[in-house]
Design a protein around this ligand. Structure first.
Ligand code: ZN
Length: 401
């Protein structure tokens, strides 16, 4: 901690990108924008980030940029945050009886969810019985207030790379990873993960400084003097995850420490919630099915009642009674047809829910096994080397799921 404080004091001696202030100002952001736009590659990253949130100017884009709060570790220069929110929609009986297609049944609700949640990207799954929609929202960047102007430019480029490419709606299934190491490798290698962010940042830095001299030794040879990347993504991934002592950024020890176990647990809990929603949908569906089967019996019985009205009307030359009988008969026949069309669709949908329930139960078991293993053999305590050397990372990325 002592060294981190010294780092802050040293930073104050230099002019910060906010000119010593503690608020994001449009002027400060426009200065960064001007510098970024001097380099076509950086300019393109900023333009894509603005487009992602529908901003047409730095003034509009400034809404997603804040100063990092006290909860953000001092070693972190910038942070990109975003959330994934998902929502299951079960097919309504009305939509089946109105003869809507699955797509027509869910569309309005999906669009409402996306707009209510302020989605910047979305993924949908549509099946005959249910739809899932997952959205990315809450996308924002924070920058430390004490960064120098040049560091703020590079940190912003790093964070904008996450901002543009990271898509938590497209995350890999956490159950597919063998262990924490495999999870962490994937975590940094995904499009817009730390590998892309650091590559973009270092390439920008080499172009800006016209030199590789300030690039960390471990990764320097992955670039040439023009900033072209010559290395492998896996080598950058190792560099990001390795401890500082081994010349890396130490993400496995710091930012990502405990994340695998936390994500496993969180995903497990949402899996259980979803499983229970399918169980309720099955219960509700079964009782609705019984009601409609009952109604069908009543309508069938009524057919003979209405037929007798018609017969009596004809016999007694009572035109009113006959007309009433015909009207009700037609109505009841129509209801019977609607229910006849509904029943097989509903039965198929319920069969689909039951399959989904089985699939969820298998997944829940798999989560419990993995979490059980973690409980029995907790993730090996990693040696925390941060006391000796301040982490040298320019930005990090916590996709809050
Ligand atoms: Zn990052």
């Amino acid at each position: 901690m002592g060294l981190l404080c010294a780092f802050s004091v040293a930073a104050e001696l230099r002019q910060s990108w906010l000119g010593g202030g503690s608020q994001v100002t449009l002027g400060a952001l426009e200065n960064l924008e001007k510098k970024i736009n001097e380099d076509p590659e950086n300019q393109s990253v900023l333009a894509q980030a603005e487009a992602k949130v529908g901003a047409h100017s730095m003034n509009e884009f400034s809404k997603v940029i804040t100063i990092c709060g006290k909860d953000v570790p001092e070693s972190v220069q910038g942070l990109t945050s975003s959330q994934r929110t998902s929502y299951p929609i079960f097919r309504s009986d009305d939509s089946i009886m109105e003869g809507k297609t699955p797509e027509e049944s869910y569309r309005a609700e999906i669009e409402k969810f996306k707009s209510d949640e302020g989605a910047v990207s979305a993924r949908e799954v549509i099946t005959p019985g249910y739809a899932f929609v997952a959205v990315q929202n809450g996308l924002s960047i924070c920058l430390r207030q004490d960064l120098t102007f040049d560091d703020a430019v590079l940190t912003l480029i790093h964070e904008l790379t996450h901002f543009v490419q990271l898509d938590p709606t497209n995350e890999a299934d956490i159950l597919s990873f063998k262990d924490e190491n495999e999870y962490l490798m994937n975590r940094v290698l995904v499009p817009g993960g730390e590998v892309d962010a650091f590559m973009t940042q270092f390439r920008a830095q080499i172009r800006q400084e016209k030199s590789r001299s300030n690039i960390p030794r471990k990764i320097k040879d992955s670039f040439n003097d023009q900033g072209a990347f010559l290395g492998t993504r896996e080598a950058v991934a190792q560099f990001v995850l390795l401890s500082e002592y081994q010349g890396g950024m130490g993400y496995a020890n710091h930012s990502y420490r405990g994340e695998y176990a936390g994500q496993l647990k969180q995903t497990y809990l949402s899996e259980v919630t979803l499983r229970n929603e399918f169980a309720s949908a099955i219960n509700l569906g079964n009782s609705n099915l019984a009601i409609f089967v009952g109604n069908q019996g009543i309508y069938r019985h009524n057919l003979s009642v209405y037929q007798s009205w018609i017969d009596q009307g004809v016999k007694k030359k009572n035109a009113d009674l006959e007309a009433k009988g015909r009207k009700n008969l037609a109505k009841a026949q129509n209801q019977i047809e609607v229910i006849e069309a509904y029943l097989p669709v509903k039965r198929e949908i319920l069969a689909g829910y039951k399959q989904e329930l089985v699939r969820r139960d298998v997944r829940i078991k798999a989560f419990e096994t993995k979490l059980g293993i973690l409980r029995e053999a907790p993730i090996e305590e990693r040696q925390d080397e941060s006391q000796n050397e301040p982490p040298n990372d320019l930005g990090e990325d916590p996709t809050v799921d």
